[in-house]
Design a protein around this ligand. Structure first.
Ligand SMILES: [Zn+2]
Length: 584
């Protein structure tokens, strides 16, 4: 892609031009300067200027005449929410991955003009402000510009509007670049509308979207990478799945990302405001910003009538197992896991890590906390107070109040604010203090079996009586070679197994593959002492492994477990999972 940037009306002195190192909604460094080449700099009269290079991301330009014009080419071939992809079907543009900007000009408005390849009849889908013609747009400042991904291509477009109780009636645009049929697109737009309507009921109203419009930018293409990325008035949704084959997964992402237009875009942690394009952005609040969003994603899909109770319950099983039995929970709190995002959020480096032992995703742990807090609030208030009330209170105090300057949040929150608001909403500051100390800044988990029991869900063993030695990952291409760290304190760990060990026998029988190991393990009894042999870096070792009973659980509706739902359980479940529409 050819890019031309003009910086006019400059003060005298050196202009520091930058490529971003990070992108809003992503917390690792992505070093976007790496794909820039053929950089040329001139002044307003076209005279070439030499740029100094103080670091890999910066071009320092002096001796200009008040205008600096920089042109460059940039390579991009990844369709997702973070990078850039240019091909014959579209330009899929995440601004930090594509645009140079200049220090000191962050508050200036910008104009962006998209020029299609010769002969292409491409249109632009974006949250940028409409400009002088169909291919020209503006942004009020750098924060807004960088937050405005743009799909430039021949996408299909559907629009609808929905009213809220506050008298707002935003327009929703669904721009989809895909290879499916119009019927599939119509069904997808209908499901998206159902999600958009149901999400509104959590907060009672929509945010004041700039230009009164919110845009879904979806690229569902076999060569796309799976992603979803939130922005103030839009989201990028990408997947190699199709509308036909991957409906549930795609809608889950729609729901998650749309919920972000309140939670993180406007109810925003102080640690992310304003977003820093020059450094990794660290936040101790992602258990709420991402985690609670992950809790609400499938909940809203379910409330909108797009999944059944058993499917919803199954989604909870994975969340609870991931948190209950992961050794990482003893090592870092949910707040500390959130601060780990710069190392795990699409971060890449080549040295091995011990993350399978030391890290739990703040998405998953945060979703588990959201579930626990919602059910706890409902239990202690007989259903009068719910997590929706907490989110609404955060919205009123932090989200809604600060919508004056597009691209900025006037009143971001900190963890003490969250604790105080939970105390106010629950009417019990001691409960709030204890909840934070135990579950967010501590290492405990709520009693899911009891709380889910209130809603008529049964928490039971997934594999009753089955032998279990810990969650092990094997190399996929044959042999029983361990690829990940062995979970701390698991039977496998106690037997001395480690990453890269090759298991050669179990219970005196040869093991030639991961499947064979699993099959032999199934024949063992929990509590028994089983001989195991493994090879490590050329040396064979004999040891004893003592399987335990598989602790992992599943969540099922009581009626599926052969139990009768009580009226109290039915009432609790309905209040929690039914559509919250005021019209009902
Ligand atoms: Zn998210």
């Amino acid at each position: 892609m050819q890019v031309e940037v003009t910086f006019p009306e400059l003060p005298a002195g050196t202009l520091q031009i930058r490529m971003s190192r990070s992108s809003p909604g992503r917390y690792a460094l992505h070093e976007f300067a790496k794909n820039v080449y053929d950089v040329r700099v001139t002044d307003g009269g076209g005279k070439p200027l030499i740029a100094a290079r103080p670091n890999p991301h910066q071009w320092d330009v002096s001796g200009h005449d008040g205008t600096v014009r920089v042109t460059y080419r940039i390579f991009g071939d990844r369709v997702d929410g973070t990078y850039l992809s240019i091909d014959t079907t579209h330009a899929h543009i995440n601004m930090p991955a594509a645009l140079m900007w200049a220090r000191g000009l962050e508050r200036r408005p910008a104009t962006v003009r998209f020029e299609p390849p010769a002969g292409a009849t491409w249109r632009v889908a974006t949250q940028l402000f409409p400009g002088a013609d169909a291919n020209t747009f503006t942004a009020p400042n750098l924060q807004y510009l960088m937050d405005s991904p743009s799909e430039f291509g021949a996408f299909a477009l559907r629009t609808f509007s929905v009213e809220d109780s506050g008298g707002r009636k935003p327009t929703f645009r669904v721009a989809v670049h895909h290879q499916g049929s119009d019927e599939e697109l119509a069904a997808y737009a209908r499901d998206t509308e159902a999600i958009v309507r149901e999400a509104r009921n959590v907060y009672g109203e929509y945010p004041a979207f700039e230009n009164n419009t919110y845009t879904f930018l979806a690229d569902y293409l076999p060569w796309a990478n799976g992603d979803g990325m939130e922005h103030r008035n839009s989201t990028v949704l990408t997947s190699s799945g199709s509308l036909r084959a991957s409906r549930a997964g795609l809608l889950g992402t729609v729901s998650h990302e749309f919920f972000h237009s309140w939670n993180v875009e406007r109810i925003r942690p102080q640690s992310l405001e304003p977003f820093n394009f020059e450094e990794a952005n660290m936040s101790g609040e992602l258990w709420l910003a991402e985690g609670f969003t992950s809790y609400y994603g499938p909940l809203i899909v379910h409330r909108a009538g797009l999944t059944d109770a058993a499917t919803y319950a199954r989604s909870l099983s994975g969340t609870i197992n991931a948190v209950m039995f992961d050794p990482g929970r003893r090592i870092r709190t949910a707040e500390e896991m959130s601060r780990f995002a710069p190392f795990v959020d699409a971060a890449t480096s080549i040295d091995p890590t011990n993350f399978s032992n030391t890290f739990i995703s703040y998405y998953t742990w945060g979703a588990a906390i959201g579930l626990g807090l919602d059910l706890s609030l409902r239990e202690r208030s007989d259903g009068r107070i719910t997590l929706d009330h907490f989110m609404r209170a955060l919205w009123r105090e932090f989200g809604k109040s600060g919508e004056r300057v597009p691209g900025y949040v006037e009143k971001p929150y900190g963890i003490p604010d969250l604790k105080r608001v939970l105390g106010e909403v629950s009417g019990d500051p001691a409960f709030a203090a204890d909840f934070f100390a135990s579950f967010i800044q501590g290492h405990e988990v709520v009693d899911y079996a009891r709380l889910l029991g209130r809603a008529g869900f049964v928490v039971r063993p997934q594999n009753k009586g089955a032998a279990y030695v810990g969650s092990l990952s094997f190399e996929s291409d044959g042999g029983a070679k361990l690829v990940e760290s062995v979970p701390f304190d698991s039977p496998a760990y106690k037997a001395g197994l480690e990453r890269h060990d090759i298991i050669v026998s179990l219970a005196g029988r040869a093991v030639r593959s991961a499947d064979e190991f699993e099959r032999l393990l199934r024949e063992q009894k929990p509590g028994s002492a089983v001989p195991i042999e493994f090879e490590r870096r050329g040396t064979r070792t004999s040891a004893t492994i003592r399987p335990i009973e598989d602790p992992r659980i599943e969540v099922v509706p009581a009626e599926e477990a052969g139990q009768t739902l009580t009226d109290a359980q039915r009432g609790f479940r309905d209040a929690w999972l039914r559509s919250q529409s005021p019209q009902r």
